[in-house]
Design a protein around this ligand. Structure first.
Ligand code: COA
Length: 179
């Protein structure tokens, strides 16, 4: 492998360097394995992750270690009826890579891409007791100097009674050139 990999759009230097890049066709299974290891995330099918890694690759990112193992992943899309809003579906960082700012960098890498220049808001859903997730999105709002609002979105009942409710979190407006 050439160093750094030609596809890397962001590099986190260190004893164990990490590379951030858009996903590709070969990443579906690695993403699936990572999400499986990151409760409380819902695990979608390997097929769904392959679709994200190909048809939504411009709006998603993976982080890999020097051996190419996927240690971080973020997925999302721009809402069809609100082209200034990026909906972040899932963000996951493997246990070994946590606490080093990787999830923040994954989200910011996607939002900094030139084709995301019209995006001024980020939305996501969070279950009430996911402290790490609340911490991450509060921190992002703080960094981007943008307000954060939340409200219940999908109730436990709507989710079949076996899933915590999901709150809709909206951050923005922010200036993507300042991220
Ligand atoms: C949530 C998750 C992605 C955070 O990944 P991470 O790379 O460790 O997060 P970062 O190091 O980028 O932290 C960014 C900010 O989030 C907050 N944060 C991260 N982990 C936290 C925790 N366990 N508790 C509270 N706040 C936390 C901190 O404010 C941190 O900013 P700071 O270090 O400047 O104070 C990771 O814990 C994970 O994959 N969890 C399981 C899956 C999940 O719940 N995903 C989110 C729902 S879609």
């Amino acid at each position: 492998m050439t160093y750094p990999p030609a596809t890397a759009e962001s590099i986190i230097e260190g004893e164990t360097p990490i590379f951030i890049r858009p996903p590709n066709t070969d990443d579906g299974w690695g993403i699936y394995e990572l999400v499986k290891a990151c409760p409380p995330l819902d695990v979608n099918s390997a097929y769904a992750y392959l679709l994200l890694a190909t048809q939504f690759r411009d709006r998603c990112a993976v982080a890999t270690d020097i051996e190419g193992e996927i240690v971080g992943f973020v997925s999302g899309y721009v809402k069809a009826n609100s082209p200034d809003t990026y909906f972040l579906w899932q963000v996951a960082v493997g246990k070994k890579a946590r606490g080093t700012g990787l999830s923040r960098r994954l989200v910011e890498a996607v939002l900094k891409r030139p084709h995301q220049a019209d995006v001024r808001h980020l939305e996501t859903t969070i279950t009430p007791d996911n402290e790490a997730s609340w911490g991450l999105f509060k921190r992002l709002a703080e960094r981007w100097k943008a307000p954060l609002n939340s409200r219940e979105y999908f109730s436990e009942e709507q989710l079949g009674g076996e899933h915590d409710p999901e709150n809709l979190v909206r951050i923005g407006p922010f200036d993507p050139t300042q991220i």
